[in-house]
Design a protein around this ligand. Structure first.
Ligand code: MN
Length: 275
């Protein structure tokens, strides 16, 4: 199932090129999306049949006629992997990978939707794209081994971890407003299947910059989940992003950045200067 947020905080199921409004099936309150979203995650097993029925019967509109919003509203935290593909380790001249570096946090306030605009805070500092596979936690987790991780992952989506290069700590360089575009929607875990068989590609304008497969992750989704859950309680709605492969490069005002992941979909954001 593909779950999207769109227009005026409506909840929809994406079916082909259409989106069907399903909010009534889960008592969705578009004026309180953080609470509604958590309610949806925690009750999804019970709500699923009603959502599927609503997706067959509800009013349909073309995806091209709606504005997609961030599919995860107001996560409590964004847990992010620093160096999690060997190819990226080599290009960054890093000595260690995620297994030694651990993880960092990005500010949830840096999230924008899949039709948003990345706003660059500096004209004189290199700012890079990083295309990544991300997932959203479905139920509270602490000290969960990798072997059980899949039970706690609600679904997957694409995430761009926009990054100013430099010497400041990662959470600062990656947390400017608009530095975390996510989308285009959440694909539930059952529909994604094995998350470690997905091709991931990122283009800047028409230039293919990044192309990899999630089979190349150093700490895969489940292992990285384990690392995070041994440190902190993961709550429904929290985001975990798995790191980027080689090919990171600069973005400048006027660019259009497109991220595509198998079985999930694609989205594009514009790049402009900070207002
Ligand atoms: Mn990253």
């Amino acid at each position: 199932m593909r779950l999207a947020l769109y227009n005026d905080n409506q909840l929809g199921v994406v079916v082909g090129e259409m989106v069907v409004e399903v909010g009534n099936a889960v008592r969705w309150d578009k004026h309180d999306t953080p609470r509604s979203f958590r309610h949806l995650l925690e009750g999804f097993v019970e709500y699923r049949a009603a959502i599927e029925t609503a997706a067959l019967q509800g009013p349909k509109v073309r995806l091209s006629d709606v504005q997609l919003l961030p599919p995860v509203p107001s996560p409590g935290k964004i847990v992010a992997a620093p160096v999690n593909y060997m190819s990226h380790k080599l290009e960054m001249n890093q000595d260690f990978t995620v297994e030694r570096l651990g993880f960092f946090l990005k500010a949830p306030s840096s999230i924008i939707g899949p039709e948003g605009t990345v706003r660059l805070p500096f004209q004189d500092r290199r700012t890079d794209h990083e295309g990544e596979l991300a997932f959203v936690i479905g139920k509270q987790a602490k000290d969960i081994p990798a072997s059980q991780a899949s039970e706690y992952i609600f679904g997957y989506f694409g995430l761009m971890d926009i990054t100013v290069r430099g010497q400041e700590d990662r959470p600062m360089r990656k947390s400017y407003d608009s530095f975390t575009p996510i989308g285009p929607w959440i694909v539930t875990s059952d529909e994604v299947g094995d998350p470690h068989t997905l091709d991931l590609q990122l283009w800047v304008n028409d230039e293919l910059r990044q192309s990899a497969n999630t089979s190349e992750l150093v700490a895969n989704c489940y292992r990285f989940f384990e690392i995070a859950s041994h440190v902190m309680t993961l709550y429904p709605g929290d985001i975990v992003t798995t790191g980027t492969p080689e090919g990171v490069g600069p973005i400048v005002p006027g660019d259009r950045v497109r991220l595509r992941i198998d079985r999930i979909g694609e989205f594009s954001v514009n790049v402009d200067l900070k207002r």
